[in-house]
Write a protein that binds this ligand. Structure first.
Ligand SMILES: O=P(O)(O)OC[C@H]1O[C@H](O)[C@H](O)[C@@H](O)[C@@H]1O
Length: 319
């Protein structure tokens, strides 16, 4: 591939190798000519693999159910329209934990490719975007009755040479306002939990779900995970990256920026909780994952009839 010239829209464009797409059963996989790939399961529109530099960047439990019988334990399950156990006396009360998006069958809306400026200004990088849709009419009868709002979701998964972007558009297609929460429950693949630090949280308020949801202020500029951790960090500036860095050399392994998502959940179940989850395995695999979950979960987004909302994250990997 000649990358020395910036291709004109038509001229060189035709000669550039194009992203490839494979669709098998309910699994969509796209690859870039430069080797990166992404896999999405239509069940939950769950991203189940992101490979770059020949390495898997996302953690998926070896015991994860991939047959649509249970939300997928790993990758990027999408949480909508409620985070955690639904509150009492709320429109989401009849729904299961984390809502219905991660356990519904989505449709594949199509692929689009584009050229973006490369890391080197003389280069052009290809990106591939996969779009997925879910609407009220596609839900199971049970979910439709539990949350009777006319909504439309478009979830876009974009693979670039050095990042994975996930973005959600929520549309209110009905006559009544509705409230929602949203979260991209990203399981990052790491070699050893004792070797990572989470940066970008210092001085931020968090609710500690392991301490009955009490509020605390983060004192550490580089958070080490040494026990069960389940915290909702709030009121973050989405443009400031949350960085998962190596404790050894301080080099970033992942860097996550967000749009319109001001909360970040940091979760690791640790050994006892890992053992207690039937779909988590092996037990010791809690050492190989850290969830850094970009979301809007502290309060509720209200969407008026006919309105739309959009939010997303961009994850850059060291590789
Ligand atoms: O077991 P799940 O329903 O997938 O939830 C897994 C985890 O999700 C989030 O990170 C929550 O903060 C945790 O409290 C929860 O345990």
């Amino acid at each position: 591939m000649d990358r020395s010239n910036k291709p004109s829209a038509i001229g060189l464009g035709a000669s550039l190798p194009q992203p490839t797409l494979s669709i098998k059963d309910n699994i969509i996989e796209a690859s870039l000519p430069t080797g990166q790939s992404v896999t999405v399961n239509l069940y939950g529109a769950t991203v189940t693999s992101w490979k770059t530099g020949g390495q898997e960047q996302l953690f998926v439990s070896q015991k994860a159910h991939l047959d649509g019988s249970k939300p997928i334990r790993g990758g990027i399950p999408l949480v909508f329209p409620v985070f955690g156990p639904p509150p009492q006396n709320h429109a989401t009360s009849p729904l299961p934990q984390h809502g219905f998006a991660r356990n519904s069958n989505w449709e594949f809306l199509g692929k689009s490719s584009s050229e973006a400026p490369g890391r080197d200004s003389n280069q052009t990088d290809l990106t591939v975007k996969l779009d997925f849709g879910l609407s009220h009419s596609m839900l199971t009868d049970e979910f439709r009755q539990s949350w009777p709002y006319e909504f439309g979701l478009v979830y876009s998964v974009t693979l670039t040479t050095d990042s994975l972007e996930t973005a959600l558009q929520v549309r209110n297609e009905g006559q009544q306002n509705f409230e929602f929460q949203v979260l991209m429950h990203t399981y990052l693949n790491i070699a050893d939990i004792s070797d990572i630090r989470v940066k970008g949280l210092e001085s931020k308020t968090y609710l500690d779900k392991t301490l009955r949801g009490t509020a605390h202020t983060e004192s550490s500029p580089a958070l080490a995970i040494t026990q069960e951790t389940d915290r909702i960090y709030q009121q973050l500036d989405p443009a400031v990256p949350i960085v998962v860095a190596s404790a050894k050399d301080d080099q970033p392994l992942f860097s996550i920026t967000r749009e319109a998502l001001t909360d970040v959940v940091v979760w690791n179940p640790w050994i006892e909780k890992a053992k207690g989850m039937a779909d988590f395995g092996p037990d010791e695999a809690y050492k190989n994952m850290i969830c850094v979950e970009a979301g809007s979960v502290s309060g509720w987004q209200t969407l008026e009839a006919g309105e739309a909302w959009e939010g997303g994250q961009s994850i850059k990997s060291r590789l």
